[in-house]
Design a protein around this ligand. Sequence first.
Ligand code: C2O
Ligand code: CU
Length: 454
Amino acid sequence: MPVSSRLGWAAAGDFRVLRATTGEAALMDNNDKKTPIWAYDGSLPGPELRYRRGETARIRLKNDLSDPTSVHWHGIRIDNAMDGVVGLTQDEVPPGGTFDYSFTLPDAGTYWYHPHHKTWEQMARGLYGMLIVEEDQPVAVDRDLLFVADDWRLNQDGLIDEASFGRIMDAAHQGRLGNWLSTNGLPEQRYTARSGERLRMRCVNTANARIMAFNVDRTKIQVHVIALDGQPVPPEELGADGLVLAPAQRADLLLDILAKPGDEIPIMEVSGREPVRAALIKLSDQAPLRAKPPKDPIQLPDNPLPREIDLLDPVELPMVMDGGAMGGLREANFEGQMLDIRSLVRKGKVWSFNGIVGKPLEPLGRITKGRTVVITMQNRTAWPHAMHLHGHHFQAVEKNGVLLKNEPWRDTLLINRSEEIKIAFVADNPGKWLFHCHILEHQAAGMLTWIEIA
Ligand code: C2O
Ligand code: CU
């Protein structure tokens, strides 16, 4: 059955129409002062797209913006032609144009979608939404909640600070950090829950640049991490420092509500000097749903990925990361030409992989389908980076010379300053795949490369 008829979406034949358009968001506390944004179907976050594992998503992007755009389905091990990367896998979709995306969903989990054209501007304006792929069998939770965290740079009128788009100062530092947090498009999301309830909370960081961290009072709520970047992990109680999410990362949390009826549980963003209340879980006065929380956390069923990667005879790709403020980049190759740092800065390029800024003419590696690939990322910059590989999930297998075992499958990994991390994946998905920093100003200012699998 086409999903469009099942859920009553705006449909065109078999395709669910997704409009990239303008809208308004109640980002500020004062609800009659709305912020003009760009948004999918005019809503923030965009519509929740929900499928069952193995289904085929058929989505027609309709571009009702005045700028070209595209949609990238972040974290999906997707058919390359559907990956949405302008300049690599498709042409831009012009204003008024459409593009039909059709792809099957091999993995259950929490994914999301956003443009892949001038992403640093389009995502910051509000173009993003969740793509949920349900497990074959329903998971034993009472409810499923979304937690979509963003960071906005607003001016005093509560408008998006457009003047700061593309500023090289931001690009050379941590990226375009905002001054206003939102959860599900609100200054503070309010959830209602019942004492004793077991919830699945799907969290994503959609910020351009901010690495966020969330925490709650554990006497009121028990928290287990059950998936990262869509892929199940053995359930583990959330550490005392809380949940760190780099841009684009996701986590599925299992929440067991311990607090009493009528109580309140604030969810705090704790990465900054002052904790900020990002959301509030308000408990109803109803008697507890359960006397005690269920005994065991949930282990989600495996997706079709091996538990562990076979590291015999891999293709090894070194990747040295340089540049940015307080880095030592003197010169680099840009579009086939060696340029000194001043000329690079004039072109807005300040970061390099292996001495190349921006999308290289040649891929980082040309790989035969089926080979195992190990990329050694060496971060010689003074900044953390959120490295994202398209079309695959990967495992960290070594960090600063120490072998790692049973690391989670990820599509986006944080690498801190001076770290060296080896990641491994099986190149089983043919095509041209981007590998870039998801701090979007870093990406725009040079931090991207690609691999080709044939
Ligand atoms: Cu979330 Cu290259 O993208
Ligand atoms: Cu970066």
